[in-house]
Each structure stands twice: as structure tokens, then as C-alpha cells.
Design a binder for this molecule. Structure first.
Ligand code: HEM
Length: 338
């Protein structure tokens, strides 16, 4: 009897200790944990996810495009020094802001929404929720708010102490890069060819400037002819508002069928030669594996959603700062101790 009671006590203690170690995983030496997990703020800031979602929902209700802008912000954060909110830093002191890089200047947006979320979270639980996690959650909430999939976000990223404009210029693929260059840039971040196609599917929402695809309309390969992989009628329509010169900032939907809805029309458009960017259309025209994936996603929205969610988690896990690395910024635009 006594033996069985003591066995019970030991089992209960084991269950409790494993439960508590699940709830609060610690790093070596009892510091903050060195890995990401979805329950990271469950005790330190239980309302964190609710607050992020409500402010993103308000912003997207005001302007549907904001969902796209917040998804892209996460991509441009993660491809430079990992998902560490380096993209949010303004220039000051030794910091040269990534906001002025070629891919970001006059293009990347959503910073004010992140500021608003950060201010609300600093009020609710000061010095607790990182800007990098805010960007990651905002990308997930944006996706699901406009009809895309929902997924659990591993959390616990910390914020960088610096930025890299070189990284921003070099690591983020450009719309006129070759297929091989784009795939290489993904592989350098630990992402594969499936991630490339699934994540490009986020071009089912949002807008592009004329300057990002003009070359395709007039002189794709230097022979004075439009890109032959672009539908002629679609190209003619684009030329009316994207002239040979001028109108650089004019905006066009990346998915002309359903520009504010997260769906698989992006892939259907590629098959119809109506992808807007060269980097979009080449997924269907330059490689047999990506061609097959485009066909699969065009035929099967569920599969696209499943792969998109998986690949977003993968992208969100690119070299995060954890444990005692980095910091929790109080203002996402600057480091705490410049
Ligand atoms: C595969 C390589 C990629 C290239 C070359 C590329 C390039 C671009 C370009 C040129 C624009 C338009 C920017 C402008 O003209 O202002 C754009 C917009 C956008 N990109 Fe990508 N992108 C790529 C991958 C991704 C990925 C992986 C994501 C997210 C997971 C993403 C999300 C978006 C979104 C949502 C927009 C619309 C943003 C808005 O309306 O504010 N892109 N991209």
C-alpha cells in the first residue's frame, strides 16, 4: 500500500514536472528558452495574440491591401539576418535602415500598423512581446483574415540590435532574377523548391508598381519585344497604365482576378500566361518541378493552403534570435540602447 502510494506520488510529480516544463521550457541555466513554441506568451502575455489580431483586423478592414503588405513585411524581415525585426529599424547612429534598400524603398509598407500593435502590447505587458513575433503573427492573421489558411505560430523570437541594407539588397529575390537565382536565394535560407512555389502564392493578394514588371511589356530580352510568356491581350491592357517611361509608381494587382482574396487564382493565372511579374510566370515556364506544383495548386486549393501554412512556419523559423540574444525592443523602430 505504502509502496503504491509513493509510486503514485512519484508519477504525479513526474506528470507535473513534465507539464510545467512544457508550459515553461527553459534554456540552459534557467534563462529564456532557446527555441520557438506557440505557447511562449501564454503566461507572460495571455492576450498578446488577441491584441495583434484585433489591430490587424481593424487595419485590413480600413484597407484590404494591408493584409498583403504585412505578409510581405514578414518575408522581407526573415530573408535578412533571420526573422528578427531588423526590417523595422529606422536609420540612426550606426544603423543604416533596410527600408531604403532596392526591394523596400517606396514599396514596403505596414510599419504604422506594427507600431500600433507594439504600443498596445507595451501597455498590456511591458517589455515582453518582441517586434519579430508581432510581424510573424500579423502575417498569419493577415492571411487568414482575407480568406487564406490559419496556422499556429511558433513564438519567442527576439529583436535584432542592428540592420543589414546589404543583406536586404542581396538576399531578397528581384522580380527580374532568373529562376536559378531565385531558387538559390531561397535555398540559402533553408527553403526548398516547394516552399518557393507555395510562398510565391502569396502574390494572390496585393499590388505591384509598374516599375517592377515594365521590362516584360516592352523589351524583355533586349530585342525590343515583349515577354512571349505574357498573354498579349493582358500585356496590352497593362501597357495603358504602365508606359515605356513615366508612371513608375502606378499600381497593379498581382492577381487580377481576385486581388484582395487569398485563393489559388494566382496559380490559375500563371497557367493562362497572366502572371504579372517575370518571377511569377517563370514558375510555370522555366522548370518542370515548379510547373507541376503550379498545376497542382491551381487544381487543389486545399493542398496550396496546407503547403503555404507549412512553408510560412518554415520561413518564420529562419535563424531567430532566442535565449539571451538580441532584445525585446520597446519601440520597433529603434534599439533600446543606441
Ligand atoms: C519568389 C521571389 C519573390 C519575388 C521576386 C517577389 C517580388 C515582389 C515584387 C516586385 C512585388 C511588388 C513590389 C512593388 O512593386 O512595390 C511583390 C509584392 C508582394 N510580395 Fe513578393 N516576391 C517574391 C516572393 C514573395 C514571398 C515569399 C512573399 C510572402 C510569403 C511575398 C509577398 C508579397 C506580397 C503579399 C506582395 C504585395 C505587397 C503589397 O501589396 O503591399 N513575395 N513581390
Amino acid at each position: 500500500m505504502a509502496a503504491s502510494i509513493s509510486l503514485l506520488v512519484v508519477l504525479a510529480a513526474l506528470a507535473l514536472s513534465s507539464a510545467s516544463s512544457f508550459a515553461f521550457p527553459h534554456g540552459h541555466g534557467g534563462g529564456p528558452p532557446a527555441f520557438l513554441f506557440p505557447q511562449f506568451y501564454d503566461h507572460s502575455c495571455p492576450k498578446a495574440q488577441q491584441i495583434v489580431k484585433s489591430i490587424v483586423a481593424k487595419a485590413v478592414a480600413k484597407e484590404a491591401r494591408m493584409a498583403a503588405s504585412l505578409v510581405r513585411l514578414h518575408f522581407h524581415d526573415c530573408f535578412v539576418k533571420g526573422c528578427d525585426a531588423s526590417v523595422l529599424l529606422d536609420s540612426s547612429g550606426t544603423i543604416v535602415s533596410e527600408k531604403n534598400s532596392l526591394p523596400n524603398r517606396n514599396s514596403l509598407r505596414g510599419f504604422e500598423v506594427i507600431d500600433e500593435i507594439k504600443a498596445a502590447l507595451e501597455k498590456e505587458c511591458p517589455h515582453t512581446v518582441s517586434c519579430a513575433d508581432i510581424v510573424t503573427l500579423a502575417a498569419r492573421d493577415s492571411t487568414s483574415l482575407v480568406g487564406g489558411p490559419y496556422w499556429e505560430v511558433p513564438l519567442g523570437r527576439r529583436d535584432s540590435l542592428g540592420a543589414s541594407i546589404q543583406g536586404s539588397n542581396n538576399n531578397i529575390p528581384a522580380p527580374n532574377n532568373t529562376f536559378q537565382t531565385i531558387l538559390t536565394k531561397f535555398k540559402l535560407k533553408g527553403l526548398n523548391i516547394v516552399d518557393l512555389v507555395a510562398l510565391s502564392g502569396s502574390h494572390t493578394i496585393g499590388l505591384s508598381r509598374c516599375t517592377s514588371f515594365r521590362q516584360r511589356l516592352y523589351n524583355q530580352t533586349g530585342n525590343g519585344l515583349p515577354d512571349f510568356t505574357l498573354d498579349a491581350g493582358y500585356a496590352a491592357a497593362l501597357r495603358t497604365r504602365c508606359p515605356r517611361s513615366g508612371g513608375d509608381q502606378n499600381l497593379f494587382p498581382l492577381d487580377f482576378v481576385s486581388p484582395t482574396k487569398f485563393d489559388n487564382f494566382y496559380f490559375k493565372n500563371l497557367i493562362a500566361k497572366k502572371g504579372l511579374l517575370s518571377s511569377d510566370e517563370i514558375l510555370f515556364t522555366s522548370n518542370p518541378v515548379t510547373e507541376k506544383l503550379v498545376e497542382l495548386y491551381a487544381a487543389n486549393n486545399e493542398l496550396f493552403f496546407e503547403h503555404f501554412a507549412q512553408s510560412m512556419v518554415k520561413m518564420g523559423n529562419i535563424t531567430p534570435l532566442t535565449g539571451n540574444h538580441g532584445e525585446i525592443r520597446t519601440n520597433c523602430r529603434k534599439v533600446n540602447h543606441p
